[in-house]
Design a protein around this ligand. Structure first.
Ligand SMILES: Nc1ncnc2c1ncn2[C@@H]1O[C@H](COP(=O)(O)OP(=O)(O)OP(=O)(O)O)[C@@H](O)[C@H]1O
Ligand SMILES: [Mg+2]
Length: 389
């Protein structure tokens, strides 16, 4: 046995969920050889016990097959910081981090992204919740395979549903299927507050929040109710979608929410028969916008039929087809988001003090501004300190 042989042998061991091996990732450290006895440290980016287990079993098997008599694999997993340093108003103080998933335009894949990122974060060993804040068009229950499932009530509070290792709550789980409510500004605010205060979320590391499209009362209410740790914007590569996405990124800026990145969805098409990737809407158009807002593209997700069927059948691709290209890209995006959240907390966290309304409790500052005759374009500020314009 030599160090080179050990490296060659371990390059057959892929990192769980990825096609790349642990040597190429640079995770193999501190190789020690004593005759046919081998000991190796493997540094992994996930704190999930299954990841450590799979690498240990596979690495030991490969080394023994190559002639090692005694193999010691020491997994060095990161310790997940379970704290937040954020300040300001927090209606769900037992939730450590909040991730807002937003887009300027409807139908670009926000809910799909929210579901898959939430499951990907949970697969990394984090305790994750998924809040469907799209009260007009709640799609998350179906996408999580929980359509028609009613939550249990405990006292005045609601116990979130569970699927794929993620806690979930949605207006769709509380209302009868297919029924519609007409929402006014103040009602939206109340609904968002109740989702945060009256749902029995566990001590979550991260609550992923799927927003309705646009930059309205729901976004503002959320930012005022909890210190949102980070936001991501989902866009498609067409110019018309990018125009709307700029508004979404600008909203994050006005609400003092750090941006963890942009997901370019429907970025090319992977043919299921050949695996060949085709450009449909024009890939790569998002980069200048990312540069403009000093952020980065954290995933380019192709159009893949199994993403759509996964959504319709309640079997999200990250769970149902973890080896698919899209699942791997969602996993990498989730790792990048979590790295950013850790960075934000290490730098002192966020505060939502500056976006608190000057209006009386229960009245949305944005709703009052909308009722005023002044056109928002005419004045960059509605004067209420709401931070929405
Ligand atoms: N990359 C993709 N490949 C194939 N289908 C996709 C992809 N992304 C999203 N879809 C499908 O497109 C449809 C719209 O996606 P989704 O509901 O996630 O968008 P949204 O932005 O949340 O929409 P809304 O604004 O209405 O809330 C869904 O049927 C979803 O399964
Ligand atoms: Mg949606």
């Amino acid at each position: 046995m030599t160090e080179q042989i050990v490296k060659d042998v371990l390059s057959k061991v892929t990192y769980p969920g990825f096609s790349k091996d642990i040597v190429s990732f640079g995770f193999v450290k501190n190789i020690k050889i004593d005759g046919t006895k081998v000991s190796v440290d493997v540094e992994v980016t996930s704190a999930a016990p299954e990841v450590a287990e799979e690498i240990t079993v596979n690495a030991t098997g490969e080394l023994k097959a190559a002639g090692a008599s005694d193999v010691t694999i020491t997994i060095k997993a990161p310790v997940i910081p379970r704290e937040t340093s954020s300040k300001g108003k927090n209606m769900a103080p037992h939730v450590k981090n909040f991730l807002m998933v937003s887009s300027g335009k409807g139908g670009v894949g926000k809910s799909t992204t929210s579901v898959n990122i939430a499951i990907a974060l949970a697969k990394q060993g984090l305790k994750v919740g998924l809040l469907d804040a799209d009260i007009y068009g709640p799609n998350i229950p179906r996408m999580m395979g929980l359509a028609g499932v009613k939550p249990q009530i405990e006292g005045q509070k609601v116990i979130p549903l569970q699927a794929y290792g993620v806690e979930m709550m949605s207006m769709g789980s509380l209302m009868d299927e297919g029924s519609a409510l007409i929402w006014r500004g103040a009602m939206i605010m109340k609904a968002i507050e109740q989702f945060l205060r009256d749902i029995l979320w566990s001590e979550l590391d991260c609550l992923v929040i799927d927003m309705p499209p646009g930059t309205g009362d729901a976004q503002l209410s959320l930012a005022q109710s909890v210190p949102v740790t980070a936001g991501i914007t989902v866009t498609t590569p067409q110019m018309v979608s990018l125009d709307d996405s700029r508004r979404s990124l600008d909203m994050f800026k006005k609400l003092n929410i750090p941006v963890a990145g942009i997901v370019e969805n429907m970025s090319g098409f992977i043919a299921p028969d050949t695996g060949v990737e085709y450009d449909i809407f024009g890939k790569g158009t998002t980069q200048p916008m990312a540069d403009e807002f000093n952020t980065k593209i954290i995933a380019e997700i192709p159009i893949e039929p199994s993403i759509r069927t996964g959504g319709d059948e309640g079997k999200p691709i990250v769970f149902a087809k973890p080896d698919s290209e899209s699942a791997k890209r969602f996993m990498a995006a989730a790792a990048s988001i979590w790295a950013k959240i850790e960075e934000i907390n290490a730098a002192g966290g966020v505060s939502n003090e500056s976006v608190q309304p000057n209006t009386p409790p229960g009245v949305s500052a944005c709703s009052t501004a909308a009722a005023a005759p002044k056109a928002p374009e005419a004045d960059a500020s509605c004067g209420t300190g709401c931070g929405c314009h």
